[in-house]
Design a binder for this molecule. Structure first.
Ligand code: FAD
Length: 394
């Protein structure tokens, strides 16, 4: 088999890149380890930056998002029982975010790929990358018990944090930066109306809480839990009680509870692998970086990587601009590190850290107080939350 771009991983990064390439007439094949149902069923992100919204429209998959997604022009941050409104649109010259679940984005992209007739191998196992330093790399894998070989010009490693693409870069080339936080997020998905029109990020002495949503009838709530907590120890009742305790009283009083339709604990981690390119391999999305979800940046960073790689590959295939290939990693990493910084900062300000001494705790509380009470502070927060601009290629 031969294609122009081999894409490892059929999550949001791989599917979105595949869709953009397909529309530009650049052939591509996706190799995905899981089944389509498994990929469709993953419950994850839900806040899309304006840049990602525009990219989905450009990829021709924005129709349902525009019809069903919720445009949010603000968020709230609650601390010490007080609620502060961050006027995202007012502070950023009209920018907003879109509430539309990653599950829905994935579903739209999978439907578009199926309609385009592009080739996807689900349940591809033993995926291995070869010849990255050559002009003709190739990928081997197993499908339905048969060994397969896919020759290509370029490989996009879109296979997430636990994938094989990053591991194909020699250890002496790859530099890894990592911080593991001493807590995780316990998340509950429920068919209940949202407690508030906007998302609420709540800092509380018992720990952080987030009131998010997927639609006017489906909510996603989180509470910070210690590392090592087990989801089976959290009954629905215990979860709702804990969430109410951490919210300002007026919100807690009107919180509608219901049975959890999904409940899971996600560990929090910051991680960056540099460089994001090695020879003909390009790492995209979670394969190269992870952020704690506090800034709602994981999926959005994956989209900005896709945008950069697509722009470069389009120039390569349409105008022979192979000189641009070397720009991929530095261009992505500039934006990645800014999102890493924002996600780390939001996490540091809003969560309880068990090891903080009394002085550090006061500084942390004061930092939050300063950023919420100053317009310059709120503007900084808003500018990062709606997403920094995508860099143009030169
Ligand atoms: P992935 O979604 O991980 O997709 C990678 C794909 O590659 C998968 O389909 C996988 O099956 C496939 N794959 C892996 N290994 C192989 C292999 N060897 N061969 C072939 N295929 C392979 N972000 C936010 O912005 N907000 C949130 O609230 C949020 N919540 C999250 C909650 C959880 C539990 C997790 C795990 C992530 C969350 N994220 C959140 C992050 C966000 O979901 C990711 O940033 C996003 O999914 C990245 O997309 P991706 O396509 O790069 O990687």
């Amino acid at each position: 088999m031969k294609t122009q771009v081999a894409i490892i991983g059929g999550g949001p990064s791989g599917l979105l890149l595949g869709q953009l390439l397909q529309r530009a007439g650049i052939s591509n094949v996706i190799l995905e380890r899981q089944t389509p149902d498994y990929v469709r069923g993953r419950i994850r992100a839900g806040v899309l930056e304006q840049g990602m919204v525009e990219l989905l429209r450009k990829a021709g998959v924005g129709e349902r998002m525009d019809a069903e997604g919720l445009v949010h022009a603000g968020v709230e941050i609650a601390a010490n029982g007080q609620r502060v409104h961050i006027d995202l649109a007012g502070l950023t010259g009209g920018k907003t975010v879109m509430i539309y679940g990653q599950t829905e984005v994935t579903r739209d992209l999978m439907a578009a790929r199926q309609a385009s007739g592009a080739s996807t191998f689900y349940e591809a196992s033993e995926v291995a990358l070869h010849g990255l330093d050559s002009h003709q790399p190739w990928v081997t894998f197993n499908h339905n018990g048969q060994a397969q070989r896919l020759d290509c010009d370029y490989i996009a490693g879109c296979d997430g944090f636990h994938g094989v693409a990053r591991q194909a870069i020699p250890a002496d080339v790859l530099k890894v930066f990592e911080r593991v936080y001493p807590f995780g997020w316990l998340g509950v998905l429920a068919d209940t109306p949202p407690v508030n029109e906007e998302l609420v990020y709540a800092a509380h002495p018992r720990g952080f809480a987030l009131c998010s949503m997927r639609s006017p009838t489906r909510t996603r709530y989180y509470v910070q839990v210690a590392a090592g907590e087990q989801v089976q120890d959290w009954s629905d009742e215990r979860f709702w009680d804990e969430l109410k305790t951490r919210l300002p009283q007026d919100l807690a009083a009107r919180l509608v509870t219901g049975p959890a339709i999904e409940k899971s604990i996600a560990p929090l981690r910051s991680f960056v692998a540099e460089p994001m390119q090695h020879g003909r391999l390009f790492l995209v999305g979670d394969a190269a970086h992870i952020v704690p979800p506090t800034g709602a940046k994981g999926l959005n960073l994956a989209a900005s990587d896709v945008s950069t790689l697509f722009d470069i590959l389009e120039q390569v295939y349409q105008h022979g601009r192979t000189d641009l290939l070397a720009q991929y990693s530095p261009t992505c990493l500039r934006r990645v590190w800014k999102a890493e910084r924002f996600s780390w900062w939001m996490t540091s300000m809003l969560h309880q850290f068990p090891e903080l001494d009394a002085f550090s705790q006061r500084i942390r509380d004061t930092e939050l107080d300063y950023f919420l009470s100053s317009e310059a502070g709120r503007r900084t927060l808003a500018e990062n939350y709606v997403g920094l601009p995508y860099e143009k290629l030169v």
